[in-house]
Write a protein that binds this ligand. Structure first.
Ligand SMILES: [Zn+2]
Length: 56
């Protein structure tokens, strides 16, 4: 039996995980894959969004 599925996943460039943290309450919102160095970026969670930037 011929095994033709020998392909391997190869990383494209250098990928790292960037954590997204709420700048107001410091809750971790999520994370995203970035190229380069891993680290922390700031965003705003839904709770703070409604608290600080209420929609009309
Ligand atoms: Zn928040």
């Amino acid at each position: 039996m011929e095994n033709s599925e020998t392909r391997k996943e190869q990383p494209e460039g250098k990928k790292a995980i960037m954590k997204i943290v709420c700048a107001w309450c410091r809750k971790e919102i999520g994370e995203k894959e970035v190229e380069g160095e891993s680290g922390i970026t700031h965003g705003i969670c839904d709770e703070c969004l409604q608290k600080h930037l209420p929609k009309k």
